[in-house]
Design a binder for this molecule. Sequence first.
Ligand SMILES: [Zn+2]
Length: 413
Amino acid sequence: MEKVKKLDFCRLCKSKNLEKVLDLGKTPPANSFLKKSQLKDKEDFFPLVVNFCTDCGQLQLGHIVNPEILFRHYVWVSSTSSVTVRHFEEYANSVFKKIKLKKGDLVVEPGSNDGVLLKPFKNLGANVLGVDPARNVATRATKGGIPTLPHFFSLKIAKQIAKKYGRAKVITANNCFAHIHDLDEVVNGVKELLDKEGTFVIEAPYNIDFLEKNLFDIVYHEHLSYIAINPLDKFFYSHGMRIFDVVKRDVHGGSVRIFVKFGDAKHHINKSVQEFIDREKKKNLSDVFIYKKFAKKVQKNKLELVKLLKKLKKEKKTIAGYGAPAKSTTLLHYFDIGKDTIDFIVDDSRFKHGLFTPGKHISIVPTEQLYIRKPDYVLILAWNFAESIMKMHKKYKDDGGKFIIPVPVSRII
Ligand SMILES: [Zn+2]
């Protein structure tokens, strides 16, 4: 496969009636952090355009970057964030209870990363298996006690797993569901591997929050689809499956956890499903106008933050960044914030120390540097963790430092 290809039809309903609603320019892949020795190499930049399907309401990227480029060596290791760990503990506990899992039941997770969700499932007594194409992360997970196959999830892999381990009571696909182009293949794999009374659980950022909270920086090349219940409900229906429950979660600025079953399985369909669909209709999520309005709001967010940063630089203030998540690549590029504005970025993950941000080449250093170099301002790039970051670094603020939260509206705290 070539490095990037254009997608000119809807991944869910196959319609060609796509309309461009947001254009964030060209950016490098959001997780392609660089070593010092790579700084002089030529980097790939790919278009970051969001299209809307006027037939089913699906929101998706206009281009697909070859997954071999994006996922074979992944820097993000989930368990380095304590907020993420706590979130997935709650996830495992509540699913275990809701589905009434028993000890020894099989739970399989495509896109399992370092096993951050499978670990608590295992602690509850489930038999777990991860599938993750990042070989480095899969190896670490396996060594850490969570067996993980170093593959992309596919129909073929699903068949192999079913043959070797039996059918799964639960298959979970979290952000990875939004990361995969061929969702027909995923669902066919799920149908092959899932127990007839089993549950497929998906958790991903939700479009209503995306639009209302201005979360444009969750747009990056890994993130191919943006999830709403209405288009997805029709999609699963066409595959003989049904969404039977939806719950709202706070992660990533607002996500939905979606429970899917076979059409003839016993789970009763909760009224939540229709409630979500009704709310999406009420919020005009199937109207392209809503997305155009959103694009204008993003533009306004950009102008205001850039104005604030320019003013601070004019006053000779020093600014550091906090956190180098994937979303920071989108934000830094679309807002065109570089080394002339931000001196360095601190990150809690030791895996990122010594690396440089994609495209902008801002150096990433340990968090202690906040107390050594004492920047006047800290721009929180991992803004979804802003509360816990500010709590953790109360001392920086007590010593006279100030935080800037960039999204949805830039503000100084
Ligand atoms: Zn569609």
